[in-house]
Design a protein around this ligand. Structure first.
Ligand code: NAD
Ligand code: SER
Length: 317
């Protein structure tokens, strides 16, 4: 399909928290004319620069195939998904989109031989993974979302081993970004808190102050994605999902750091059902394989992440 050296990229779920940022990075790297953005939602006046947008439900395999063939796609970043909190509210939809959507992409990847990036999540881990989750810690999630992500990793390994599909994935930690609001996950509090702080409003945080989770600033996650997709395949031992080295801080530590910039900011801790999901996940992830196999290193720490979030949001509001 087309010149294999010329990337022709389709991004599914492109209007989400990661998609908006990845679109920009891919467009700058490979040329705006080579990136096709798609999502189930219609494309309104978001501040993004895309040359081609297609309204596409990843469960519609005929349309997905048409878009791939017509645009000579040779790489897909498959971001369409339902995240943890929304997934627990609607498990059937979560399974359909996260598992059947990926299956559609993989079947077409087998047929047309394009490369795939498909994110996994720290939600693959359950309580038995311990506080520091290693690449090979047990995968016994207690959320439906986590179950779909473990299934996705197994599918990736299967399609790679049995059908030769070049699929790669990262177990993203909670991602902190400012361009769009997150889409219904458990780690959303670590983004929402900044919007309230910058607007001088009080925030009711839905996890308790001691909740510690693996987190990362979006630029580190986007760079990881591009670096993984640039890595020589023969260096990679994992198709389903690489752990990354992550930051690890409590909700209270995040609040305290934000108060250094906005001392009057007030946050209340009022846990809801999402506390249970957060408690089932590790505090931190170890990224030995991503560092050894494709040289990944973190750049942002809690302080630089907060500074970037607050400065960016202050310019926007
Ligand atoms: P998001 O919810 O912000 O975006 C997902 C997008 O998918 C949305 O724009 C939504 O409209 C779209 N979508 C939903 N159903 C669809 C369908 N049937 N067809 C096409 N599009 C559909 O999610 P995100 O945070 O950008 O996450 C992207 C991927 O990264 C997901 O696989 C998610 O599990 C994973 N991930 C995200 C985080 C995080 O902190 N954001 C952490 C770990 C893993
Ligand atoms: N940030 C995601 C969530 O909370 C983790 O995959 O659902």
């Amino acid at each position: 399909m087309g010149d294999p050296l010329q990337r022709r990229i389709l991004v599914t779920g492109a209007l989400g928290q990661i998609g908006i940022e990845l679109l920009e990075a891919l467009s700058e790297k490979f040329g705006y004319e080579n990136i096709i953005a798609s999502d189930i939602r219609s494309f309104d006046h978001l501040e993004i620069n895309v040359q081609k947008y297609v309204e596409l439900d990843v469960l519609d395999i005929e349309k997905l195939e048409r878009v791939i063939v017509e645009n000579e796609i040779n790489e897909i970043y498959h971001l369409a998904a339902i995240l943890s909190a929304n997934g627990e509210k609607n498990p059937q939809l979560c399974w359909k989109i996260n598992v059947n959507g990926l299956l559609n992409v993989l079947e077409l990847a087998k047929k047309y031989k394009f490369r795939v990036f498909s994110p996994s999540s720290i939600a693959v881990f359950g309580p038995d993974a311990g506080k520091l989750a290693l690449q090979k810690s047990p995968l016994n999630p207690s959320t439906l979302y986590g179950i779909t992500k473990v299934t996705g990793e197994l599918m990736a390994e299967y399609y790679h081993t049995i059908h030769g599909v070049d699929i790669r994935g990262i177990r993203y930690p909670g991602l902190i970004s400012w361009k769009v609001l997150p889409g219904g996950g458990t780690t959303d509090y670590a983004v929402n808190i900044f919007h309230k702080a910058v607007n001088h409003e009080e925030y009711d945080c839905f996890v308790n102050e001691d909740t510690r989770l693996p987190m990362m600033y979006i630029d580190d996650a986007i760079r990881a994605t591009l670096e993984l997709m640039d890595a020589p395949r023969e260096k990679l031992s994992i198709s389903g999902g690489y752990n990354l080295p992550s930051l690890s801080f409590t909700a209270k530590e995040l609040y305290d750091e934000i108060k250094k910039f906005i001392p009057s900011f007030k946050c209340n801790f009022i846990p809801d059902r999402r506390q249970e999901f957060a408690d089932s996940w590790p505090d931190e992830t170890e990224g030995k394989y991503s560092t050894e196999e494709w040289g990944y290193e973190l750049e942002y720490d809690l302080g630089s992440l907060c500074e970037k979030m607050i400065n960016s949001l202050m310019k926007r509001y």
